[in-house]
Ligand binder design. Structure first.
Ligand code: SAM
Ligand code: SF4
Length: 464
């Protein structure tokens, strides 16, 4: 029995098996980096006699892995914690908070939420067993130190835990060295550290060995990767892993979209034709204040090169509306960019002032930094999102009648006889098929029969 288990065990109640395994429930907010961190935590705890709990109500340990990118994410954390308080009262569960809000708030979170047992930042994930032992001794603490880049060891995915999965995230780098004026990530995730390429490739190969067919390389700014080779070379190495059918990555900064990366899209069919390339605004004046270091013309130059290298590639983006000083004309430029680029999809947000960022210090300091009234920002967001819905749906409708390759991921919402998978462009396709006709991990040739708001329906032709 590990220290972790003995130190965190409640007294055994009559009838309970003496060696009962503790259960952990992880609630994840935010990006793919957080999802990957949550998986690593569950795997690590699995090696210390913890099994995943189906719900928080069954858990002995509740981990809330947080996002601080927008203020709303913090409010969601507080309301989730309110719900978990009852589980703590009933079962004596431990509650821990990790991720970006933990890193940002540190001890303040312990003071603000007295039933949280401990708090830890992203660099401390590997010390979870030791932290649990301390919490089991009724110590309350916040572990939010950084590790120097030379010391940092990336938590490795456990391939056995991925057995049965079709797709997996593989961490390529962490942190961000950019200084976008709206963004808290450099403060909560620290400086960029790239994982050595042999480790990334070995992890992809180990995942492929247990049946994973698609990997997504992740990092806050993944295309500035520098782990012994550059990002285009990393992609080529991963695409060469036998038995991997598909390679994706996210998220990229436009200024690191090199010609070499564009060439990978031209040459490597296993690198999927989807690129998430956040633009943030269609106005050069706003981009300058955001410190994005590209103009709309430069962004579109890279965008066109991608489309030329891989015709049909799906390009998606992020927009922020209501950044300080955004005028009606600036916003119209974002609308015009959306219509011109016809992004396949976009994630759009009202600007949320974040602590420790360049913008928050400047709001209201000059006419070009005037705050945009919330109702104006919301009205702009609604217009942008309505236009995006129309453009996305036109792109989906154009696919009807086409034959697409679908990588089957599994059952749709647990329904017998309904399966789903994704096209190379990352569009979800629903299939009316039995598991034997569309087994997980199969690559199927599918004819698209109908388009919906966020997905397609299709019928299976022949296996490819
Ligand atoms: N690294 C990526 C890039 O360079 O574009 C983005 C990562 S960021 C965590 C994800 C998205 O959240 C951003 O693209 C941006 O649109 C949005 N975001 C970040 N900070 C924000 C803020 N303060 N208010 C609103 N949206 C924000
Ligand atoms: Fe944030 Fe900018 Fe870094 Fe993206 S590139 S994580 S938006 S600071």
């Amino acid at each position: 029995m590990s220290d972790l288990v003995s130190l965190t065990r409640r007294p055994t109640s009559p009838g309970e098996p003496a060696a009962a395994v503790r259960k952990v429930f992880v609630h994840t907010f935010g990006c793919q980096m957080n999802e990957a961190d949550s998986q690593r935590m569950v795997e690590l705890l699995g090696r210390h006699a913890f099994a995943p709990a189906a719900s928080a109500e069954d858990a002995d340990l509740i981990l809330v892995n947080t996002c601080a990118v927008r203020e709303k994410a913090e409010q969601k954390l507080l309301s989730a914690l309110g719900r978990y308080r009852e589980v703590k009262a009933r079962r004596g569960a431990l509650i821990a908070v990790s991720g970006c809000v933990a890193q940002q708030e540190k001890e303040r979170l312990l003071a603000r939420v007295p039933y949280v047992d401990f708090v830890f930042g992203p660099d401390n994930l590997g010390r979870l067993p030791e932290m649990l032992a301390r919490a089991g001794q009724r110590e309350r603490f916040a572990e939010t130190g950084w590790m120097d880049s030379e010391e940092y060891v990336f938590p490795r995915a456990d391939p056995e835990a991925a057995r049965g999965r079709v797709t997996a995230f593989v961490t390529a780098m962490k942190g961000c060295d950019n200084v976008c004026a709206f963004c808290i990530v450099p403060h909560t995730r620290g400086r960029e550290v790239s994982r050595p390429f042999p480790d990334v490739v070995a992890e992809c190969a180990a995942l492929a060995d247990v049946g994973v067919r698609e990997v997504t390389l992740i990092g806050q700014n993944v295309n500035s990767y520098a782990g012994g080779c550059d990002f285009p070379s990393l992609l080529r190495r991963v695409a060469a892993v036998p038995a991997l059918a598909r390679v994706r990555f996210t998220t990229s900064h436009p200024h690191d979209l090199s010609d070499a990366l564009v060439e990978v899209f031209r040459d490597e069919p296993r690198v999927m034709p989807h690129f998430h390339l956040p633009v943030q605004s269609g106005s050069d004046a706003v981009l300058l204040r955001m410190r994005r270091d590209y103009t709309v013309a430069e962004y579109m130059g890279r965008f066109e090169k991608l489309r030329a290298a891989r015709p049909g590639i799906a390009i998606t983006t992020d927009f922020i509306v209501g950044f300080p000083g955004e005028t009606d004309e600036d916003f119209e430029r974002s609308m015009a960019l959306l219509e011109r680029a016809r992004f396949d999809n976009s994630f759009s947000f009202v600007y949320s002032p974040r602590p420790h960022t360049g913008a928050i210090r400047r709001i209201g300091s000059a006419p070009e930094w005037v705050e945009v009234p919330r109702e104006v920002a919301i009205a702009r967001l609604e217009r942008l999102q309505a236009a995006q819905r129309r453009i996305s749906s036109e792109a989906m409708v154009r696919q009807v009648g086409e034959t697409v390759e679908v990588l089957v991921e599994g059952a749709l919402d647990g329904e017998e006889g309904r399966r789903f998978g994704r096209t190379p462009e990352n569009r979800v396709v629903h299939l009316d098929a039995a598991p034997a006709q569309a087994p997980a991990a199969a690559l199927l040739s599918v004819r698209v029969t109908r388009a919906h708001a966020n997905s397609l329906s299709g019928e299976i032709l022949v296996p490819t």
